[in-house]
Design a protein around this ligand. Structure first.
Ligand SMILES: C[S@@+](CC[C@H](N)C(=O)[O-])C[C@H]1O[C@@H](n2cnc3c(N)ncnc32)[C@H](O)[C@@H]1O
Length: 264
């Protein structure tokens, strides 16, 4: 499976937006790590619907902000936030260093780089986007919990395994120490790297299914034939209920890696 296919999900702005408050909290925690300076040039990699990109642009009073994404439905929403100094480009994250050789003062990415594999190589490439003295700020889910693990376990059962040709989504996100070392090795002389658990209390266990339908499950939805998709969802929910029970409320602790660095 190529990187391109990994990044392709069936992104649905409506489903993604269902947990808007919970999903935006880490964004604001990440933005708080950024050290503003006048007239910044900013790129938001995997900007999604653009609402948060627009907030960041205003908050930093940036001279120019580019929101970049490869999903047409997401970019259609984002277009509504464009204004002088803020634009949205259709591009793959991995092509960004080639497309913007002039670089940025801030390379920002919230909840997107988990869709791109090979993080050692990826970050080595993304450094090319960071101007000398510039900053990088990235947040990614560090999915270690039962609901995430079961998505792959169910995908390995029939008839899904055949439909997927044996494919399961491999999570490229590594532990926080890995990113700390990587930032150091890539020439970031200041850094802040942490693992943070976001405690979500869902109405019931079913809530976790709805949450993942807007994110991780999109990768499976993009590959499983449409007529089989409801069966996968049913099997996934049954597997989740079997392990976790039908809890009301359902506590869903969500670990995320937040990293920030400044280049020499
Ligand atoms: C979970 S959403 C996050 C959106 C936004 N950053 C936010 O915080 O709400 C992930 C976004 O990354 C985009 N994405 C995933 N892989 C990508 C790639 N290789 N190139 C460009 N965009 C990508 C998806 O299209 C999606 O809009």
């Amino acid at each position: 499976m190529t990187n391109e296919a990994v990044s392709r999900g069936n992104w649905d702005p409506g489903q993604y937006g269902r947990f808007r408050d919970e999903r935006s909290r880490p964004f604001y925690d990440l933005a708080a790590l950024v050290q503003p300076s006048p007239g910044m040039r900013v790129v938001d990699l995997g900007c999604g619907t653009g609402e948060l990109t627009a907030w960041l642009h205003g908050e930093l009073q940036a001279a120019e902000t580019v929101g970049l994404d490869s999903s047409d439905p997401m970019l259609e929403k984002a277009a509504g936030f464009a204004r002088p100094g803020l634009r949205f480009d259709r591009e793959d994250i991995r092509m960004a260093p080639a497309r913007y050789p002039e670089g940025f003062d801030l390379v920002f990415s919230n909840a997107a780089l988990q869709w791109v594999t090979g993080h050692e190589t990826l970050f080595a490439e993304l450094v090319k986007l960071v101007r000398p003295g510039g900053q990088i700020a990235v947040q990614m889910p560090a999915n270690q919990g039962v609901p995430h693990r079961l998505t792959a376990e169910v995908a390995q059962q029939e008839p899904f395994a055949t439909a997927l040709g044996g494919w399961v989504r491999e999570d490229p996100v590594r532990d926080a120490v890995f990113y700390s070392r990587l930032l150091n090795d890539l020439g970031f002389v200041e850094q802040h790297v942490r693992l943070q658990i976001y405690p979500h209390v869902m109405e019931s266990t079913h809530g976790a299914v709805e949450w993942l339908k807007g994110s991780l499950l999109t990768a499976y939805q993009a590959r499983i034939p449409a007529d089989l998709w409801p069966r996968y969802l049913e099997a996934y929910e049954a597997a989740l209920l079997a392990v976790e029970g039908d809890r009301r409320p359902y506590f869903f602790p969500f670990p995320r890696v937040l990293l920030w660095g400044r280049r020499a």
